[in-house]
Design a protein around this ligand. Structure first.
Ligand SMILES: [Zn+2]
Length: 302
């Protein structure tokens, strides 16, 4: 699983940093998280294929997180997309998009399935054989959601022979039960594959914490991730402003990574007042050692 940053700035584009958008590649698909202005251009620039895109997640309806969406949706239609697309976002976005289509007297050539996110609630949004995506509420000035992407283990499952013996699974069935089949014994008892196997290697976990003030209210949803992306709009000296505007500082992001037991932290959503991002790295490193400042166009292995 990889993460490509298409934009990592807050409200205003500045210093070659675009507003928020990022691509997670998992299995044979890519998913898009947030869609700030210029996302379709950034996708072209960084070689991201819309044909692999079936799911788009929008954290909240501040413009720097979705102003690129109408353009992207429209371009995919013009380029001949017919495969359906799933969009997960706060409910008000549906009316906004409908109104734009109505005013333009146009239609998309593909089905756009709108899945409203419920304010204040965590939920499982997608689950397929390659990955799952869950949303969780964060604390911003308006309804806002973080996302947890969990990869299904690409390495299959490992057999536990002692468990097989305990449940009286015959050796000729080992291969099948390892591949997910259940075994029915002569006495009618069914031995479930998951009782006698474990994932060979766990899949990777990525959490996107969207725009949020410092809060540990969603920690339980982001425990022990391989990579945690947390906003750090401001440096620590602006902690008061950050709290007033429901944003976080570099040190607060680092504290969340530490409390949540993340393996790695990636900082983003920088205020356009900062040209040099090195101080973000330095401040966060005082609290959490494995931290990086996100860079547009960069691809991170999760
Ligand atoms: Zn926001």
């Amino acid at each position: 699983m990889t993460l490509t940053i298409l934009g990592n700035n807050s409200a205003l584009p500045a210093f070659d940093r675009h507003p928020t958008a990022q691509i997670v590649s998992v299995g044979s698909e890519v998913i898009l998280i947030d869609c700030g202005e210029g996302t379709q251009i950034q996708m072209q620039l960084y070689g991201q294929k819309w044909r692999k895109l079936n799911h788009i997640f929008i954290s909240h309806l501040h413009g720097d997180h979705y102003f690129g969406l109408p353009g992207l949706l429209n371009s995919m239609s013009l380029l001949g997309r017919t495969q359906p697309l799933n969009l997960y976002a706060p409910i008000a976005l549906q009316a906004i998009l409908d109104q734009m289509m109505l005013a333009a007297d146009s239609q998309l050539n593909y089905s756009l399935h709108f899945h409203p996110l419920t304010a204040g609630e965590a939920s499982l949004l997608v689950e397929n054989k390659s990955f799952s995506v869950k949303s969780f509420p964060v604390e911003h000035r308006i309804d806002c959601h973080g996302f947890l992407v969990e990869e299904k283990s690409p390495h299959g499952r490992k057999l536990l022979p002692e468990k097989c013996r305990e449940y009286q699974v015959p050796t000729y069935f080992y291969h099948r039960i390892k591949n997910g089949e259940d075994y029915e014994r002569n006495d009618g008892f069914t031995v479930k594959s998951e009782w006698v196997t474990i994932p060979a290697l766990p899949g990777k976990k990525y959490a996107y914490c969207a725009d949020t003030r410092y809060t540990e209210s969603f920690i339980q949803h982001i425990l022990h991730t391989d990579l945690l992306y947390h906003e750090s709009t401001y440096l620590d000296e602006e902690a008061e402003k950050a709290a007033q505007r429901f944003h976080s500082t570099s040190k607060q992001a680092a504290k969340i990574a530490k409390v949540a037991g993340a393996k790695k932290l990636l900082l983003g959503h920088f205020s356009s007042k900062y040209k040099d991002l090195q101080p973000f790295q330095e401040e966060a490193s005082e609290i959490f050692s494995n931290v990086r400042v996100s860079k547009e166009g960069e691809c991170y292995e999760i």
